[in-house]
Write a protein that binds this ligand. Structure first.
Ligand code: ZN
Length: 303
């Protein structure tokens, strides 16, 4: 179709639009002469720019990861010191087991994962290990069969919030409701009494004294950790090294389902569990650690 006025071929735009576009193009040409702007209109320029940016991002990522891999030991030390301080400040939460017992607890956060959980269960079974799973309430309904399998295999199940929101960002009434919902879902699926699901790992490990007081008032128990391998971020050897250097009697290890980038969780378990066995340690659930802690405190009260 041709425009009657300009006699140019216009398919979609009318001649008024064509005129406007022409004017814009003229203005751009003028700008190009003055500022060199037209260059940026060209797709090749954008392509080159994107490539340059991608390259720069990759370079920075590489540099940062090298830094992190070297710095992770220091970070670990800092975490360890931090834990020792927090442990004294908040003794009502469980930070580790009894260092006099040859036991460690393996815990898994952020599940149930449709991708990882089945493989984790098989690996734990192959090594004869038990673990505690802190499930996100909202994910539980979609993986009911897996949750049942976890319960049937004799592992413990706790909660990791309903939506993985930091507890400090929720109002107490909402927090109570969400925890109750997660607890009901898990206990119904497993056919347990609701009180059996009462261990909670706060998402991101974030809590305040008020949060802890609230959890205690609602008859929940807060469970933290003493060792966190960064397996979702760092190379496999680094995570194995982290476990090898730090694992001791009473360690409460936290691992994460549904995380990629680092070694797969199964790979990590396959390396970690023999290390644990060689160190003369056995795996227990968080419930066992609580029981041991209660027994120790009762014993020290009596003597
Ligand atoms: Zn989490």
């Amino acid at each position: 179709m041709f425009c009657a006025r300009t006699e140019r071929r216009r398919v979609e735009t009318c001649c008024c639009n064509a005129k406007r576009a022409e004017a814009r193009w003229t203005r751009l040409n003028a700008l190009q002469r003055v500022w060199g702007i037209r260059r940026r209109m060209h797709p090749a320029w954008w392509r080159r720019k994107t490539l340059r940016r991608t390259h720069a991002v990759r370079q920075w990522r590489r540099r940062l990861s090298t830094f992190n891999q070297r710095g992770v030991y220091h970070y670990n030390e800092l975490l360890h010191e931090g834990h020792r301080f927090l442990e004294k400040r908040f003794p009502s939460a469980l930070w580790h087991g009894d260092p006099l017992r040859p036991e460690i607890a393996l815990t898994f956060d952020d599940g149930p994962s449709l991708r990882d959980l089945d493989a984790i269960l098989r690996t734990l079974d192959a090594h004869g290990a038990v673990a505690t799973f802190f499930f996100i309430g909202a994910k539980v309904a979609a993986a009911a069969a897996l949750v049942r399998a976890v319960a049937a295999a004799g592992h413990q199940i706790g909660m990791h919030g309903y939506r993985h929101r930091p507890f400090t960002s929720l109002k107490p009434t909402l927090l109570r409701l969400e925890l109750r919902l997660a607890q009901t879902l898990i206990s119904r699926i497993c056919g347990w009494e609701r009180e059996r699901v009462r261990d909670i790992r706060p998402p991101f490990g974030v809590f305040t004294p008020t949060t802890l007081a609230l959890l205690e008032r609602w008859h929940y128990r807060a469970v933290m950790w003493s060792l966190v391998p960064f397996h979702w971020r760092f190379a496999a050897e680094l995570s194995f090294e982290q476990v090898r250097r730090r694992v001791t009697a009473g360690s409460l290890i936290v691992l994460h389902e549904d995380m990629s980038d680092g070694p797969t969780i199964v790979e990590l378990l396959d390396h970690t569990l023999p290390i644990v066995r060689q160190a003369g340690l056995r795996t227990v659930t968080v419930e066992d650690m609580w029981r041991a802690r209660d027994a120790t405190s009762q014993h020290s009260e009596l003597s």
